[in-house]
Structures are given as C-alpha cells and as structure tokens.
Design a protein around this ligand. Sequence first.
Ligand code: SF4
Length: 65
Amino acid sequence: MKITVDTGSCVSSGQCVLLAPEAFDQNEDDGTVVLLAEEPPAGAEEAVRQAELTCPAAAIRLSGA
Ligand code: SF4
C-alpha cells in the first residue's frame, strides 16, 4: 500500500494524526498534513485506511494492495 496526500486539499482537521500518528503529522505552521511514511509502518495499515475514510477533505489516497 502506498500513501499519498494532497496538502492543497487538506483542511488541517488532524483526524489522520489522531488515527494513525505512525504515518501522519501536521505542519507546525498551518496544520496541514505531513506524510511521515509513504508506506504504512507495520501494523498501521488499518489505521491508515481509517484515516483515508475519515479525512473530511478526501486528501489521503491509498494505492496498491
Ligand atoms: S484528516 Fe485530512 S484534512 Fe485532516 S489533517 Fe489529515 S489530511 Fe488534512
């Protein structure tokens, strides 16, 4: 699974960071998403899927298996 984020769409809600802090952080200045890992760390796949589903801006995209 490969993760991509669209910082231009991100509305800085922080949902992804709450759900999957292993993969996402927020920019200190404007709160937009910062991708920490292009692939989910071991054990974080389900949390990353939840983050994709929960993101209010549909700014998280997952591709691959
Ligand atoms: S959940 Fe979506 S809108 Fe919220 S910070 Fe993460 S990427 Fe941005």
